[in-house]
Ligand binder design. Sequence first.
Ligand code: APR
Length: 229
Amino acid sequence: MTGAGVSVESGIPPFRGKGGLWESFDPMEYATISAFLKDPKKVWDVLLKAMKEVMDKAAPNDAHMGLAQLEEWGYLTTIITQNVDGLHQMAGNTDVIEYHGSFVKNYCMDCQKNYMISDIVLEQTPPRCSCGGIIRPDCVFFGETIPYENLMRSFEMAQSCDVMLVIGTSAIVQPAAMIPVNARESGATIIEINPERTPLTGLISDYILKGPAGRIMQQLVTEIKHLRE
Ligand code: APR
């Protein structure tokens, strides 16, 4: 399971903590569905434009690549990510549950036509569909429900995994933060990778590998490679 910290080394800021998005933008003003519906131009001009600028340039880092390697070797089946940046898929992981949806995909609120974020030009905001409808990202704003299938599959995976790596999440946003709890209650070993302690540390997680996800994942992959030789 991954959170914003896994993409920090790709140049995408996290939400909380030093340099976090919510330091510059009040989520109640820019990240709720009611704020978006009330003033989509304002939300596109400020929060979504800032997200597009960093995501247009972002590429997978050593943490994403390490997870793709674990899948290639057959140790990792599924990623549950709270991130909306699409970097796990870009790195090569094939089963990625995008718990909070995707910012890579966008759609027209009137006719449902799909648009990739990289194809959207923000000269005029909010961006509009060829039918005239307003385009919105396919991610979950605060105040929206998690897509049912994401909820169900995540809990199924949590209940059936042997090991859950919990990488780069502050583990305070619900219901996502319950996923490692559920995995632990079902008998999984929980390994956190994070430079900081979280509410899971020492309570839910069996181990914490302290440090930036890119470096730790690279070390893990190197160790496993030696064991396989
Ligand atoms: N490597 C690993 N972890 C890191 C790194 C790094 N290089 N840099 C920071 N972190 C950790 C921080 O210590 C923190 O625990 O990443 C975490 C980021 O926490 P948040 O910003 O709260 O991100 P996340 O847990 O994904 O947020 C959950 O909150 O606002 C919503 O919808 C948004 O999906 C998001 C949800």
